[in-house]
Design a protein around this ligand. Sequence first.
Ligand SMILES: NC(=O)c1ccc[n+]([C@@H]2O[C@H](COP(=O)([O-])OP(=O)(O)OC[C@H]3O[C@@H](n4cnc5c(N)ncnc54)[C@H](O)[C@@H]3O)[C@@H](O)[C@H]2O)c1
Ligand SMILES: O=P(O)(O)OC[C@@H](O)[C@@H](O)[C@H](O)[C@H](O)CO
Length: 374
Amino acid sequence: MKAVHFGAGNIGRGFIGELLHKSGYDVRFADINAEVIDELNEKRSYTIHYAGSDKQVEVNGVSGIHSVEEAGQLSAAIREADLVTTAVGPQVLPHIAPSIAAGLKERSRTDNPPLPVIACENMIGGSTRLKEEVVEIAGEEILGVSCFPDSAVDRIVPIQNNEAMLDVSVEPYFEWVVEKKDFKGKLPDIDGVTYVEDLEPYIERKLFTVNTGHAAVAYKGAEKGYETIREAMDDKEVVEHVRRTLEETGKVLIARYGFEKNSHERYIEKIIERFNNPDLSDFVARVGRGPIRKLGPYDRLVKPARTYIQTMHEDPVNLIETIMSALTYENSEDQEAVRLKELRTRMGTLGAFKEITGLDDRDELVEAIAKKLD
Ligand SMILES: NC(=O)c1ccc[n+]([C@@H]2O[C@H](COP(=O)([O-])OP(=O)(O)OC[C@H]3O[C@@H](n4cnc5c(N)ncnc54)[C@H](O)[C@@H]3O)[C@@H](O)[C@H]2O)c1
Ligand SMILES: O=P(O)(O)OC[C@@H](O)[C@@H](O)[C@H](O)[C@H](O)CO
């Protein structure tokens, strides 16, 4: 079986590559990073190290395609593939859509069955978003040869600093949940994937617990001058803030999806334990990357905060505190953080928040943030 995976980065090599290889796929990584692609083609394998244990997994039979310079090869690979996956970042999906559209057009001239394209990004409806971009380019008829099931992925894979360029250190925990309903034909047999009828509870529980909590560690940590997640998690005030923030998102999730309270509390504690993993070295700059995206109206901070107000009829004070920390996050090497600072300088903090979220003064979260800024 053949898979094309867009994004030979941390989650691509450290998670999706591992599971696809284990399930018998030959994985071709498509990326714009020529150094990584050349190394993949030379070495044809890499090692995944499980942080905190001696476990190692060899991922072999892999190769790379430069997604811009080798466009013809990429189209041919998509034409013949059994599966396409992505882990490039939500903002990059529109940039890979033309390559996927070109490959699918070639495929439409063959008898090959419809190709599942699964986006593995931290966002709600990632594959659906990619589908919209591809349809915009190639037209609705392209859905005759493809399908775009949504998915949720969970494994903390920090930025890597290994002697061998392709090797990846990962936490042992992982979860990959894929929605069944959009598949055309047989579900791919991927070891470790859970197929579900309705992804919404899974993606919201993941994004509004793991990623909301992670964002709270990063932005609170940055505010206190910490550079690593380790330093931030060693500060009891930060950990307490994270726990209280997750109690707020927990109330929203329990009210919306009927999760059992005790088991959700255990899920929260498990996640705080994962942030505390002494064997993972992760940075505030990675976890806090892209603050404008993270402050988006459907993302990990604003969506649960607004739902909390609508459901509980009170302000989620800890989520609001995290939003305030995110709004003042600074990092001169992060383009979104630089833009956020410019917006704040030009429009003030509240103006920047309204600009990013598209919300206006009538919104109760905007009102609550305005009160905080008074
Ligand atoms: N790292 C994690 O812990 C983790 C966990 C779950 C989900 N995710 C999600 O996975 C996605 C990727 O995150 P990551 O941490 O692996 O980031 P990363 O930066 O390590 O990897 C992204 C890769 O995409 C490549 N890329 C960028 N533009 C491209 C383009 N136009 N065409 C092809 N490749 C391109 C980059 O060169 C890079 O190799 C994000 O959506 C992230 O939210 C990450
Ligand atoms: O990838 P982002 O920028 O959406 O979020 C940063 C981290 O919270 C994220 O990468 C987590 O490590 C991951 O989502 C864990 O599954």
